[in-house]
Ligand binder design. Structure first.
Ligand SMILES: [Ca+2]
Ligand SMILES: [Ca+2]
Ligand SMILES: [Ca+2]
Length: 693
């Protein structure tokens, strides 16, 4: 009741403003210098030049549009203030009403007649508003020149798969969202559990206003799988999933969620995922036994503490590196003042996943302590995520979430949208558990949306407002991909991905790094001079270890911003059409680097992967620079053996090598060639040159 009263008062205050407000510092207008238009008293003066019967000039039309009253050359759309609406002049139409206010479309020549009717208190434009809350990232990403050139993603289908879309109808009504199809895959039927997905979708359409957008609601991995199937059958080419999953795999691109990414990739879909906001809410370390078999997060410290507000709900997710099933048994506890307030003590006897998970709502404000105990088994590398608070001992390295760890995923970290594009402190970082570069690049956050409000141009740590998190960054990249798919309709997903990654603008440490990936999103308008460089990530199932789980872990997920309670009932509008996209069949060849941070002192594993190759002949590798294969040789050759596959070998830095010395690795098959540049003591670069013979 109080809220309703407040809203009424607020509207009243806004209604009173136009007649009384004066810009600070402005001088009051002089009636002697500016004659007032002679209008019937109910008519707002801004309408004076628009209600004459002759044709409007271009300038007057623009004025009418800016006022929000344009309803075609001969008519205006006005708000009538009247307790009850009298019988209207011929040609006038009531479009909508609420108590005391009526929206009317009326021929311009009849406005004065309407104003003279009994009971009409005022005729005016709608209250001032701006149609689009446009993400600042659209400019930073270079998308405006694309849009101006006609590349707006038209014809490209993009699915935002998220936990909820509260407010999406309003966004359609205000034009923030267009060409929308909604389908809810949630078993609970709720579509409005959070407005997170609506904000994500807004950014996709800021970047690519012409796309056809699918809002697909999910809350479990089963529903996610259904949503991905649906998207594939609809001919969706881009999935934007700003959701972090935990305890679904070891962080090496395997697991149930990564498998969904892979199946989408094999069907030609580019999957753009937020890297996660976990950099300060992640710990990784080898089990170091202390008293009572408790893990020592540091020498003598068996607690990893967080501060919680009263009523805050925290979840902790522990896993260790004995996937997919484990006989090593660890348990997770949350303590308060030496007393366990939440526990997760599942048995791991060889057939269960190596995971524990607990959630707890803090009864009082204060310090809470995560504690990990080894119940049984070997020392393992432990990984602990939480959803709520900065850890006393956080590990930024490797804080990437799932499925952003999969090579097929285009994984997007968060940089603030304004120069100098600082990495957000919470933006999850690579490498993956098996050492690959992640994220692939960073997008923009802290941006304005209708859903989360405008940016105040401050970063998160400085009281920023707007849409923060990797969740905001990912849809900038998804929208960028749509622009490319429209402009280059023949490009398979991996070429689109490659263009985006190879045109990112480097940030942070020189070259690709595990904080910014390849840098920040930017789309140069100039067409590429040749087929884009560098290879696709591996789409071949042979690269994925076969997993035979006897127990299914329970994945848990959180949106990467805090959800809000749902406020309305869901609406479902499925669309039946279907144009699946073919799987790319071009021959490809990729060199996967091990991430050699902080310095490349060798030996280091290099992996070569290929697909769609003529299987005859050899895979040939050769090196230049102060780097050798085993036996101090510069070349290797091995039979390819199949149309797809992979091969791994070791690189050694020669004793004479100077830090920074350049080297290259070239790999050839009959069909393809890949060249990788690197420098001793620095991270390797993903392949920079690639061609198909
Ligand atoms: Ca501690
Ligand atoms: Ca256990
Ligand atoms: Ca960099």
């Amino acid at each position: 009741m109080f809220l309703r009263l407040f809203l009424i008062l607020s509207v009243g205050a806004i209604l009173a403003l136009p007649g009384t407000a004066l810009a600070q510092g402005a001088q009051p207008p002089s009636s002697q210098l500016h004659a007032r238009p002679s209008l019937p008293p109910p008519i707002d003066s801004s309408l004076a030049s628009l209600i004459q019967p002759s044709a409007l000039s271009a300038q007057q039309k623009a004025t009418a549009q800016a006022l929000g009253v344009w309803a075609g050359p001969g008519a205006l759309r006005l708000v009538v203030e009247a307790s009850s609406l009298p019988e209207l002049p011929p040609g006038a139409v009531v479009e909508a009403s609420m108590p005391g206010l009526h929206q009317v479309r009326i021929p311009r020549a009849q406005v004065e007649e309407l104003a003279a009717l009994p009971g009409v208190q005022r005729l005016r434009p709608p209250l001032p508003h701006q149609a689009d809350a446009l993400s600042e990232g659209v400019f930073r990403a270079g998308a405006f020149p694309w849009q101006a050139s006609g590349w707006d993603g038209a014809g490209v289908r993009v699915a935002v798969i998220d936990l909820g879309f509260t407010g999406w109808q309003g966004l359609v009504g205000s034009g923030e969202l267009r060409n929308v199809t909604t389908v809810n895959f949630r078993g609970d039927g709720l579509f409005d559990t959070t407005n997170h997905g609506a904000a994500v979708a807004e950014i996709v359409q800021d970047m690519a206003p012409g796309v056809q957008i699918y809002l697909l609601g999910i809350s479990t991995e089963v529903e996610l799988a259904n949503a991905v199937n649906y998207a594939r059958n609809q001919g969706v080419r881009i999935i934007v999933h700003s959701v972090s999953w935990f305890n679904t795999g070891p962080g090496d691109g395997t697991g149930v969620i990564a498998d969904l990414v892979r199946s989408a990739w094999q069907n030609g879909i580019l999957w753009v995922n937020s890297a996660g906001n976990q950099a300060q809410m992640h710990y990784r370390g080898l089990f170091n036994p202390g008293p009572n078999n408790l893990h020592q997060f540091a020498s003598g410290d068996q607690t990893n503490s967080v501060f919680l507000a009263a009523g805050a709900t925290i979840c902790g997710y522990l896993n260790w590196d004995s996937w997919p099933t484990s006989a090593d048994d660890y348990d997770l506890y949350l303590y308060r003042n030496g007393v366990a307030v939440a526990t997760s003590t599942n048995e791991q006897t060889g057939t269960q996943a190596p995971t524990e998970a607990l959630c707890y709502q803090a009864a009082s404000a204060g310090t809470y302590d995560f504690v990990i105990q080894r119940y049984n088994g070997q020392a393992r590398t432990l990984q602990l995520f939480n959803t709520q608070a900065t850890l006393e001992r956080a590990t930024q390295v490797g804080s990437i979430v799932q499925p952003a760890d999969a090579i097929e995923t285009l994984s997007v970290g968060a940089a603030f949208w304004s120069e100098p594009y600082l990495l957000e402190v919470f933006s999850s970082q690579g490498p993956t558990a098996d050492g690959w570069l992640k994220p692939d690049l960073v997008g923009y956050d802290g941006v304005s949306t209708s859903t989360y409000g405008p940016s105040n141009e401050r970063p998160y740590l400085n009281g920023g407002t707007g849409f923060f998190g990797a969740s905001a960054a990912a849809p900038h990249v998804g929208g960028a991909a749509a622009l490319l798919m429209q402009r280059y309709p023949g490009w398979p997903a991996y070429l689109v991905r490659d263009f985006i990654v190879s045109n990112a603008i480097d940030l942070g440490a020189t070259g690709p790094d595990n904080a910014f990936g390849y840098g920040r999103l930017f789309l140069p308008l100039s067409a590429p001079t040749s087929t884009p460089t560098s290879p696709p990530p591996s789409p071949t199932p042979t690269l994925t270890p076969t997993r035979t789980r006897t127990a299914t872990p329970t994945p848990t997920l959180t949106p990467t911003v805090t959800p809000r309670p749902f406020t309305a009932t869901p609406t479902i509008t499925p669309t039946p059409s279907s144009t699946p996209t073919a799987t790319p069949s071009m021959p490809w060849l990729a060199i996967r680097p091990t991430i050699l941070a902080p310095s490349f002192l060798g030996p280091q594993t290099i992996s070569v992967q290929w697909g769609n190759q003529n299987s005859a002949g050899d895979l040939s590798l050769r090196l230049t620079g102060p780097v050798s294969f085993a036996g101090s040789v510069k070349t290797q050759a091995t039979p390819l053996g199949g149309a797809s596959g992979h091969y791994a070998t070791l690189l050694f830095t020669e004793a004479s090598a100077q830090t920074g010395a350049a080297f290259t690795l070239t790999v050839d098959t009959q069909d393809s060639s890949a060249i990788q540049a690197g420098a001793v003591g620095r991270n390797l670069y993903l392949p920079l040159l690639w061609r198909t013979h």
